[in-house]
Design a protein around this ligand. Structure first.
Ligand SMILES: NC(=O)c1ccc[n+]([C@@H]2O[C@H](COP(=O)([O-])OP(=O)(O)OC[C@H]3O[C@@H](n4cnc5c(N)ncnc54)[C@H](OP(=O)(O)O)[C@@H]3O)[C@@H](O)[C@H]2O)c1
Length: 317
């Protein structure tokens, strides 16, 4: 079968289009024909070696964690955390597979609702239960998770300050419902303007290192800082006493915790599908690359010029 393999960490050109044998599934695994694989920022962290995966890879491992596919009996399934999804077939532990709920959406429309949608969902639903009238500050708001996060916050009655790297990207967040938008350099000014100097109740940050200090300063007393990514690099270790002056909270959540069981995954995805079908959640059309152009897909994701979901079709080469 055709697949993408990584033999050493590095830039996007380490993604190699490679013919490999389809391995027999192990005892707890099921073989799935991959229809569409998602491209996520975590794949970039894996490729760069920022989150280490086995390299040079052993047989059967690979890159890509998310996908939609078909079992041998024709049932449609999805998964969120199985390495090796950039391939025509993947063997996955049965416990990680979930049946795709019935809906009017296509696979391309469902793909953004998997890792990205479910992350946004658990962030506002479980990592921090957002309340009506609260102010939230969202970084990387024009990105995949960011666009959905902004809309879910608005659906729950919160107010949103959305930040991006350029004014043009900030406008994309505005078009998806954010109340106040700007660039990262404007964190202080926008927070003051929105809250009269009181600060925001919650920050959802996936940029990490570059604006950590500014994000902490933007919080109101007893505010909560949720760090769910590190696109600019990991936040260096810091003194917990810095939280003391305003009784701040910090949480570093991961989707794995909040999608551990099939019923939980199904609940989150079903809610997102319902919102989409009801017109309460909008997302740009997924850009699908053929599998042998995985390198271009990563370059686009890292370019910071794109807003929306990127997928790989392993059967269009
Ligand atoms: N913890 C979890 O459970 C979880 C689950 C899924 C995803 N995530 C994280 O959520 C974030 C968003 O994921 P996504 O797949 O939707 O990606 P994405 O938002 O489409 O891409 C990342 C965004 O980060 C911003 N960014 C800021 N500094 C950057 C830098 N130095 N290099 C590159 N980008 C930078 C870019 O927007 P601007 O150019 O506008 O700044 C870019 O759009 C990622 O950091 C990912 O790791 C976390």
């Amino acid at each position: 079968m055709q697949s993408i393999r990584v033999f050493a960490p590095g830039a996007a050109d380490v993604l190699k289009f490679t013919e490999v044998e389809i391995a027999e599934p192990e005892r707890d695994q099921v073989q799935v024909k991959v229809s569409l694989a998602g491209v996520n920022f975590i794949d970039v962290y894996h490729r760069r070696g920022q989150y280490p995966i086995p390299m040079p890879e052993s047989l059967g491992s690979g890159i890509g964690i998310e996908g939609i596919g078909e079992l041998s009996d024709g049932r449609a399934v999805f998964w969120l955390s199985a390495l090796g999804s950039y391939a025509q077939y993947i063997n996955i532990p049965e416990t990680q597979l979930t049946g795709l709920p019935e809906s009017s959406l296509t696979n391309e429309e469902i793909l953004p609702l998997l890792c990205q949608g479910m992350t946004a969902h658990y962030l506002v639903d479980s990592a921090y239960a957002v309340k009506e009238g609260e102010w939230a500050l969202v970084t990387a708001a024009a990105g995949g998770v960011g666009l959905i996060l902004t809309q879910l916050l608005k659906n729950r009655g919160a107010h949103v300050i959305a930040l991006a790297s350029t004014p043009e990207r900030a406008e994309i967040a505005k078009a998806h419902g954010a109340d106040l938008v700007g660039t990262y350099k404007q964190i202080k000014e926008l927070t003051r303007q929105a809250t009269n100097g009181a600060g925001v109740e919650v920050v959802f940050d996936s940029v990490g290192k570059d604006y950590f200090d500014e994000c902490l300063e933007a919080l109101a007393p007893a505010g909560m800082y949720i760090l769910y990514g590190g696109a600019s690099g990991p936040v260096p270790p810091f003194d917990l006493m810095r939280l003391n002056a305003k009784s701040l909270g910090i949480r570093r959540p991961t989707l794995a915790t909040y999608s551990a069981t099939a019923p939980e995954r199904l609940r989150r995805l079903s809610e997102l599908i319902k919102l989409t079908e009801g017109g309460k959640l909008r997302y740009p059309a997924t850009k699908v690359f053929p599998l042998d152009r995985a390198q271009n897909a990563h370059e686009l994701l890292e370019s910071r010029t794109y807003s929306g979901k990127i997928g790989l079709n392993p059967w269009r080469i």
